[in-house]
Ligand binder design. Sequence first.
Ligand code: ADP
Ligand code: ADP
Length: 231
Amino acid sequence: ESVIKLEKIVKNYKVGTQIVRALRSVSLNINRGEYVAIMGASGSGKSTMMNVIGCLDTPTSGFYELNKQDVSHLSDDELAEIRNKEIGFVFQTFNLLPRNTALENVMLPLVYAGVKKQQRIEKAEKILTEVGLADRIEHKPNELSGGQRQRVAVARALINNPSILLADEPTGNLDSKISEEIMQLFAEIHRKGNTLVVVTHEESIAMHAHRIIRLKDGEIEADYVNPNPVY
Ligand code: ADP
Ligand code: ADP
């Protein structure tokens, strides 16, 4: 069952009189439950692709179907709504609210979704427990280690049951031991049936995914099953 279907996606940026061709006719299908790493050198188009997949930006041309719905030509408001419902984001910089506790950070997407307070708290406590932070619920980001902050961010990303967990260099700010722990958490999330897309330039991170897509100069250079995923 297709979750992400890109068809001949082109993304051009205008810079003065120059046109930068960031994605040059990218076609791709990702099914529910897949664990995909998108790799490529700096400038190859990874961020642009993540922005399109994450409904943060629309393509110049081509089609994007998310859960069989065409999202290639939506307004910013419509895109924002799809994003909140369908996509859980994890960033290198965690992007947590500094004045709020782990619990409050994780509950926030449920506030936008209109879930009642008691249910928000129960759901957030449950998911924080699942990511191993049962005893850190009242901690604020600056009272947590880097790895714990990223766990909070993963919990927040998952709380709405998104169709895709989309992670951009999720271990970029973590040392290698903590990075492995986060990738172990991703493996568990994958085992539970979630669809994961991880954008990274790090080979050691990509090797956890079950499918590897390599971008080069805005095109897919390779797309193959990882014969030997870690975990
Ligand atoms: P990566 O994430 O792999 O480093 P990007 O998607 O950021 O690649 O960039 C792909 C190409 O598009 C690069 O040549 C980059 O300079 C260009 N680019 C990216 N974002 C913009 C932008 N907002 N305006 C103009 N050019 C951009
Ligand atoms: P790590 O070495 O894994 O990065 P730290 O040494 O930063 O972790 O933190 C160790 C433990 O102490 C963590 O479990 C974290 O929750 C807790 N902790 C760290 N900083 C604070 C703080 N300012 N206030 C309360 N607890 C903290």
